[in-house]
Ligand binder design. Structure first.
Ligand SMILES: Nc1ncnc2c1ncn2[C@@H]1O[C@H](COP(=O)(O)OP(=O)(O)OP(=O)(O)O)[C@@H](O)[C@H]1O
Ligand SMILES: [Mg+2]
Length: 275
């Protein structure tokens, strides 16, 4: 296995040196991504990497077995793709108002302005740190999110849903029984409210980012989540989240909430009574 740090790879430099591009060699990508799990194996967090379960735009998720010291259960390792080779939802929309702790120092700010490697790496790790912080906050508030276990570099370890053969399905691929439609919808809305009470709007909520597990759902994928206290777009993002959720229930016999008025109610309760 090649033991190269992803952040150290400069595609321009590689081109100059005649190194194969990533499109030409997907296997190398997997090897480079897997190399990020090695420190976690050395640190006895992961005992065994079982299989990749999903390769998305921003991350690859692996099913692993946790080390005995962690209980030996299955866990998910979400490994973010290297900064040079895919773009995050780059939108300033999601970056606005990140908590103070996550703000870059002056040197990094200059680097961000100049779009240097240091700037890109900072943005990359801020995004991952934000997902970890958000999952921790929401899990501690008893929201239906995976238990976050550990973050190391571009890897987030979290509770896994599914078995060795396959992960739990995403809600969009599930046909609900008539009897569970209302309870699932209520469960989602309860989480939306709980998130807002914890100063979070998911901002990419849809049936694609929910796992269906034994008659209930688990909400995943938080790097783009925003804080309504500091982000001017948070209200609109919440309206959009509720619309997306309603979209999944379109084909079911269910009376859904009005996205705008529902958001307004929650907003007055949890963010700004004067809105
Ligand atoms: N804790 C978990 N347990 C089981 N499966 C998971 C878990 N977390 C993620 N997955 C699977 O991995 C997929 C990708 O995860 P996630 O949405 O967090 O990453 P992503 O890079 O944003 O992917 P996408 O671009 O498809 O949204 C999910 O759709 C789901 O199938
Ligand atoms: Mg996703």
């Amino acid at each position: 296995m090649r033991n190269q740090r992803l952040d150290d790879i400069d595609p321009e430099e590689e081109k100059l040196r005649g190194v194969r591009s990533i499109e030409e060699d997907e296997k190398t990508v997997e090897e480079v991504l897997l190399a990020h799990l090695e420190p976690l194996i050395e640190d006895r967090l992961i005992a065994e990497v079982i299989r990749p379960i999903k390769s998305g735009k921003e991350a690859v998720v692996y099913c692993c077995r946790a080390h005995e010291s962690l209980g030996g259960e299955l866990i998910a390792a979400k490994i973010y793709r290297p900064v040079e080779r895919r773009s995050f939802k780059n939108d300033a929309v999601y970056q606005q108002g990140r908590e103070r702790g996550a703000r870059p120092d002056a040197r990094t700010l200059r680097a961000l302005g100049k779009k240097t490697a240091r700037g890109r790496v900072h943005k990359f790790s801020a995004w991952i740190a934000h997902e970890m912080r958000t999952m921790t906050l929401l899990y501690q508030a008893h929201a239906d999110v995976p238990e976050p276990i550990e973050r190391q570099g571009p890897v987030i370890l979290m509770q896994y849903f599914g078995d060795e053969r396959a992960p739990a399905p995403v809600l969009v691929n599930v046909t609900l029984d008539a009897g569970e439609v209302t309870t699932i919808y209520q469960q989602i809305l309860r989480n939306v409210e709980l998130f807002l009470a914890q100063h979070r709007v998911h901002a990419d909520l849809s049936a694609y980012n929910m796992l269906y597990v034994d008659d209930h759902i688990v909400i995943i994928d938080f790097p783009q989540s925003v804080d309504p206290r500091y982000n001017d777009d948070a209200f609109d993002l919440l309206v959009r989240d509720v619309k997306n959720v309603n979209g999944f229930f379109r084909d079911y016999d269910l009376e859904v909430v009005d996205p705008f008025y529902y958001t307004l109610d929650l907003w007055r309760k949890h963010v700004d009574p004067m809105r």
